[in-house]
Write a protein that binds this ligand. Structure first.
Ligand code: NDP
Length: 287
């Protein structure tokens, strides 16, 4: 079975548009972008398109690659104080000279709709449901829920331990009573681990890492990876494709029970989940 993220995204989009239509003012998201990375600009455009469809508003603040932390923090503080701005996100990755943690922690936790600040991370760690869950993790939960896939008591293997995807996803699933294993680049015998999974979640940035010897029948496979293959040797091997996942879809799709496509799986739900968080932030700002 194909786990169709676009279909669920479309449903969330309709629900958000319907609700936002009834509001007095528009939920507003400030996006801070440093530099001109092509992939970041593409992700921001996806957010802009989604925002337009649901009636939310985007403020896109761009900085040169050489910007100093102080300048960004100054703007974040202004957005924190501005009651017409409900959410603030820093588009990641940022250049190495900038301290990501310092910048993200400058965002008011109530406006941290990416859920990446220390305050919201602590809430996830402590299973405090008042925090924002990072959008990709929230999207994965939405996908599992939409397809009525049981989490409680299931063996979940997460491949990847990043702060952005792997760790929050593992924690969120632990909070839902899964038995969670986290794998990474130093894991020995990765396939031995992935073969144990009822639900396998892969977020490595390593194109086509998971092949048929890593999976077994009955598994649910969620592929978070989005890898641009332009300019790599995969471009010739897989003609007509711009992106591939971390899972070799063609190789494993006939073995497993269900799998997300790339694109069209987790990606669309990440965007929708971000705007669900924004609407929550908007509503909380009115209390
Ligand atoms: P990071 O590079 O921050 O983290 C990658 C993780 O994967 C690390 O923990 C690393 O291990 C692990 N890893 C890398 N190679 C291997 C390997 N061969 N075997 C086992 N583990 C490995 O990436 P992100 O988490 O930010 O992103 C992962 C992927 O997800 C990327 O393709 C990215 O584009 C995509 N993504 C997709 C989103 C969506 O909406 N669909 C949103 C965000 C990201 P170690 O810690 O040991 O280095």
């Amino acid at each position: 079975m194909l786990l169709d993220g676009k279909k669920i995204r479309d449903r969330i989009e309709k629900e958000l548009a319907h609700e936002i239509h009834t509001l007095k003012d528009k939920p507003t998201l400030a996006i801070l972008q440093v530099g001109l990375r092509e992939d970041s600009t593409a992700y921001i455009n996806q957010k802009r398109i989604f925002a337009e469809k649901i009636g939310a508003f985007i403020i896109h603040k761009q900085y040169p690659e050489t910007v100093e932390e102080n300048e960004i923090i100054h703007d974040i503080h202004n957005f924190n104080r501005d009651s017409s701005v409900h959410g603030i996100i820093l588009q990641i990755p940022i250049p190495e000279h900038l301290n990501r943690k310092l910048l993200i922690d400058a965002i008011d936790p109530h406006k941290d709709v990416d859920g990446l600040s220390s305050a919201n991370t602590k809430k996830l760690w402590e299973k405090d449901l008042t925090g924002y869950i990072p959008a990709t993790t929230k999207g994965i939960l939405a996908l599992l829920e939409a397809y009525k896939i049981d989490i409680q008591g299931k063996k979940v293997v997460v491949v990847g331990r990043s702060t952005l995807v792997g760790k929050p996803t593992a924690l969120a699933l632990l909070n839902k009573n899964a038995t969670v294993t986290i794998c990474h680049s130093k894991t020995e015998n990765l396939s031995q681990e992935t073969l144990q999974a009822d639900i396998l979640i892969v977020a490595t940035g390593h194109p086509l890492l998971i092949k048929k010897n890593f999976v077994k029948p009955g598994q649910i496979v969620i592929d978070v990876g989005i890898n641009l293959i332009k300019g790599t040797k995969l471009e010739e091997e897989i003609p007509g494709k711009k992106f591939v996942g971390d899972v070799d879809f063609e190789n494993v799709k006939d073995i497993v029970e269900a799998i997300t496509p790339v694109p069209g799986g987790v990606g669309p739900l990440t965007v929708a989940s971000l705007f669900e968080n924004l609407l929550t932030a908007y509503k909380q700002s009115k209390i």
